[in-house]
Write a protein that binds this ligand. Structure first.
Ligand SMILES: Cc1cc2nc3c(=O)[nH]c(=O)nc-3n(C[C@H](O)[C@H](O)[C@H](O)COP(=O)(O)OP(=O)(O)OC[C@H]3O[C@@H](n4cnc5c(N)ncnc54)[C@H](O)[C@@H]3O)c2cc1C
Length: 378
């Protein structure tokens, strides 16, 4: 019998195991495959703070008002990212060069300004830029772009490094990590839960469900309903290495785009473009999405015309329709917690894990954040 079982070895699970173990809790993590093999190790490495523009345009002001509290969480997480490498004793390649959202039209600018009202209400710094600002601060963007917004609290980190660094640090603090240990069933017992896996039954007083896009399936093992949790196949591409060109995390208001340059000089280009599901059920890049993603990127950064893409890949991202995280104990299942940060769970991973690790211990969260909007619904 261990004190806490964490299900899932992505960023959410590894980071939750770390914070629990560092607090002196006896914790065992169960991962179906290897660590960091689903969304956490396949993502684009962007550290976001602002409200994503695409759902803002599609869903409107009422959605943004409901979503705004998540901006506070993301900003708090970015603060944690600043010191995370030192805390974990690893180079996570964190760079906060700021996020730049560019506009093609006056309608884009109007939407950017409306969105900034919600963002500033959460303490985010948003500077509205005109054409002259773009020429001075981002000379690499197309002349046809008319302005945009700059958020200094955004940037990037290396997704290959982060969850493994959390896992290594968790082990140093006494956590046990079991790879190749798929959870197949969970039963409630008098003093906790019995978790059945392909390698036997593990018992714990408390369980954290950090299974990402499979969190709904794990909850269903106890008859609980996380109906909103879904898996969306999306894709990212990477270019050959080039000389420093783009210091920002770049977005475009009129099309789906994220674009940044990583530590070795490659450009990572994505923005949530839809991938296909391959014959064995895993995501594979969709050529049509690749073409459209590249067209958008090229229209924003003309210099891309001379740069080759070397690889595209796809993975399931954990998503929900309302884009809001779910943290906390499931109603009717005492000791059974969820740590689920949709769409931007790379950025939100540290804050989510710290919050859930505190909740599991029945402790006050170490930040002044109203958790009510994120608690699982009954
Ligand atoms: C292509 C792509 C690009 C992205 N870009 C960004 C970005 O730039 N910035 C950002 O903030 N976010 C981004 N995201 C989102 C982000 O990666 C995810 O939200 C985040 O990694 C989720 O972490 P997680 O640990 O909850 O899930 P995952 O990393 O998916 O981990 C869940 C783990 O649970 C395990 N598991 C599932 N079922 C079981 C079971 N039955 N038994 C045992 N283990 C199980 C899985 O094997 C997996 O390892 C992107 C996602 C994708 C796919």
């Amino acid at each position: 019998m261990t004190d806490v079982i964490v299900i899932g070895g992505g960023l959410a699970g590894a980071a939750t195991a770390f914070y629990l173990a560092r607090d002196g809790v006896d914790v065992t993590l169960l991962e179906r495959a290897d660590l960091n093999t689903v969304a956490s190790g396949s993502n684009a490495g962007s550290l976001h703070a602002q409200i994503p523009h695409d759902p803002f345009v599609r869903k409107g002001d009422a959605w943004a008002a409901a979503y705004a509290s998540t901006v506070g969480l993301l900003a708090r997480s970015v603060d944690m990212w600043r010191g995370l490498g030192e805390e974990l004793g690893a180079d996570l390649e964190v760079k906060l060069g700021g996020g730049l959202l560019v506009a093609r039209t006056q309608a884009d600018m109007a939407a950017i300004e409306r969105k900034a009202v919600f963002e500033r209400s959460q303490g985010l710094e948003i500077r509205i830029l005109d054409r002259a600002d773009l020429s001075r601060e981002a000379p690499y963007v197309a002349d046809s772009l008319i302005g945009g917004a700059f958020c200094p609290q955004e940037g990037k980190a290396n997704p290959f490094a982060v969850a493994p660094a959390f896992a290594r640090a968790a082990i140093r603090h006494g956590a046990t990590i079991n790879r190749m240990t798929e959870v197949r069933g969970i039963d409630r017992e008098r003093d906790g839960y019995a978790v059945s896996t392909e390698r036997g039954v593990f018992r714990a007083r408390r369980v954290v469900n950090a299974a990402g896009s499979d969190a709904g399936k794990i909850a269903a093992m106890l008859g609980a309903n996380l109906a909103d949790v879904q898996a969306f196949p999306i894709q990212v591409s990477v270019s050959e290495r080039i000389a420093p060109l783009i210091p920002h995390l770049l977005y475009c208001a009129s099309d789906k785009l994220t674009l940044k340059q990583n530590g070795v000089g490659s450009l990572l280009i994505g923005g949530g473009w839809e991938a296909d599901i391959g014959p064995n059920g895993t995501p594979v890049a969709n050529p049509q999405s690749l073409r459209r993603n590249m067209q958008v990127a090229l229209s924003v950064v003309p210099a891309l015309g001379d740069i080759r893409i070397v690889r595209s890949w796809a993975a399931f991202v954990n998503g929900t329709d309302d884009w809001k995280p779910i943290f906390g104990e499931l109603p009717g299942l005492p000791g059974f917690f969820v740590n689920f940060f949709p769409w931007m769970g790379f950025t939100g991973g540290p804050v989510a894990a710290r919050l859930v690790a505190s909740m599991v211990q029945g402790r006050e969260a170490p930040f002044d954040i109203d958790l009510a909007p994120f608690l699982p619904k009954g």
